[in-house]
Design a protein around this ligand. Structure first.
Ligand SMILES: *Cc1c(COP(=O)(O)O)cnc(C)c1O
Length: 232
């Protein structure tokens, strides 16, 4: 193992142990929080190092980069999540190559993902991205519009509505982080009566993991804490 692959192995272990610790601290069931390793802008060698340590779920936010990695690795045991903003001209590519898309925020995109999902593949799992802080520059549907969008996405062939995703504005204070994540949790809970297949809360990144687990995250999306800082 070279230096960077052993440090990835170590970081994965550290983050995994943190998740176990937070699950216990916040009375979450053991194993109820899945770790999505966000490998955007990281080389294939970094992903391979994570795979060698047992990681199986990876998140990418650039379609072309992600598809190239998926095809190059050609490993059917890996679950690929598209977590970036979804442009409608990229929907076909996402639907063909990924198992999850977390950034669905309009029905046009849901329709395109649905119609371009290959018939031989199981439905694409989708999460609706919610713009919790009403930030102009950020993708996502306003929280009050989530129920209508959920209704429109349900019943489309080729996709399964699994839950909600958010990328809140960065906050230092854990109580504030928790209050924001709690709004997403409340929104999911209220939808679950009508849409019982919605079981996923995709929230929490390297800087707000603990708050996300405390408030019910089922998928945390972690890049920096596993792979180190990205050059941008
Ligand atoms: C980059 C990214 C992450 C990971 O962020 P880190 O701070 O590096 O852990 C998670 N979610 C989304 C949508 C991202 O774009």
């Amino acid at each position: 193992m070279n230096d960077s692959s052993s440090s990835i192995a170590q970081s994965l272990q550290t983050v995994g142990a943190q998740l176990v610790n937070y699950e216990q601290r916040y009375q979450r069931a053991a194993g109820s929080v899945r770790l999505l390793a966000v490998s955007k802008r990281k080389p294939l060698s970094a992903i391979q190092a994570a795979i060698a340590s047992g990681q199986r779920a990876f998140g990418e936010n650039y379609v072309d980069e992600g598809v190239e990695k998926i095809l190059t690795l050609g490993d059917a045991s890996i679950e690929w999540h598209f977590i970036g903003a979804i442009q409608s001209r990229k929907c076909a590519s996402i639907a063909q190559h990924f198992q999850w898309a977390h950034g669905v925020d309009r029905v046009k995109v849901a329709n395109k993902l649905s119609s371009s999902r290959p018939a031989a593949s199981p439905p694409l799992n989708i999460c609706l991205q919610v713009n919790l802080d009403n930030e102009d520059a950020k993708a996502g549907v306003a929280i009050e519009d989530v129920p209508a969008l959920a209704a429109e996405c349900t019943g489309l062939p080729g996709i399964t509505l699994r839950g909600l995703m958010a990328i809140p504005a960065p906050r230092e204070d854990m109580a504030e982080q928790r209050a924001t994540f709690a709004r997403l949790k409340t929104c999911l809970t209220s939808l679950q009566t009508e849409f019982p297949q919605m079981d996923t809360l995709s929230m929490g990144m390297s800087g707000d993991l603990e708050a996300a687990v405390a408030e019910g995250a089922t998928i945390v999306r972690v890049g920096t804490a596993i792979f180190g800082a990205r050059e941008s």
